[in-house]
Design a protein around this ligand. Structure first.
Ligand code: PGA
Length: 247
């Protein structure tokens, strides 16, 4: 049995005061059997970790550099975010691929870095609207998963999660229909299962893309949807608690 996971990706949002208020609003409303993850901007990892002291909530980073240290002005390494309390890291988010030119090679190097630092990578994959319209969604997503597996190696994915996030659903208010999400998740799990059946059975595959309190239950009810990666709706503590509790 896979334990469901709900992760809140704040992206580049939050200030010290906002975070303290968010934690005061969110924590008392939780009644969830899911593994819960909060992904603040890296500079606030320590603050969030301290604010969650005594609560069964994991803190994660939204991105890291592949190298452990070095002359990479403005970057932060997997070892550094681990030192700040992170246990999880997103890799290959479509905003990283789109705005920062991250290729499958870079994404794979970050999976290797996460493994090296003892972080669980959440490998984000997803097709664009054009790719979906052309009927290429499965092929695109499987290519993204396969390149990372090939470049990083299966052993680096032993504790990984996958987040299926169709690019056309991220931040748009458009959500994949539960049946379409299920189809993509089953396609990914089926592909993993051909070479690594045991890993495929236990790997959480999260859905991301305009998850809200109003659609979370239906999405999470699908057999291969093991929870959600939530962006915009995670900024609202009440809404995010409802999503966490929808598991
Ligand atoms: P969204 O973002 O929930 O705002 O669509 C999801 C994500 O980017 O992880």
């Amino acid at each position: 049995m896979r334990r469901p996971v709900v992760a809140g990706n704040w992206k580049m949002h939050g200030t010290r005061g906002w975070i303290e208020q968010w934690l005061r609003d969110w924590l008392p409303q939780l009644d969830s059997r899911a593994e819960l993850i909060v992904l603040p901007p890296a500079g606030y990892l320590g603050l969030v970790r301290a604010g969650l002291d005594g609560h069964a909530v994991v803190v994660g980073a939204q991105n890291v550099h592949a190298e452990p240290a070095g002359a990479y002005t403005g970057e932060i390494s997997a070892e550094m975010v681990r030192d700040l309390g992170a246990q999880v890291v997103l890799v290959g988010h479509s905003e990283r691929r789109g705005h920062f030119g991250e290729t499958d090679e870079i994404v794979a190097a970050k999976v290797v870095a996460a493994h090296r630092a003892g972080l669980r990578p959440v490998l984000c994959v997803g097709e664009s609207l054009d790719e979906r319209r052309r009927g290429d969604a499965e092929q695109v997503v499987l290519r993204q998963v396969e390149s990372v597996v090939r470049l990083a190696g299966w052993e680096r994915l032993d504790r990984a999660m996958i987040a299926y996030e169709p690019v056309w659903a991220i931040g748009t208010g458009e959500t994949a229909l539960p049946a379409d999400a299920q189809h993509m998740h089953a396609t990914i799990r089926g592909w993993l299962g051909r070479e690594a059946p045991e890993l495929a059975r236990r790997m959480p595959i999260l859905y991301g893309g305009s998850v809200k309190a109003s659609n979370a239950k239906a999405l999470f009810a699908e057999p291969d949807v093991d929870g959600g990666l939530v962006g915009g709706a995670s900024l609202d503590a009440r809404e995010f608690a409802l999503i966490c509790n929808a598991v």
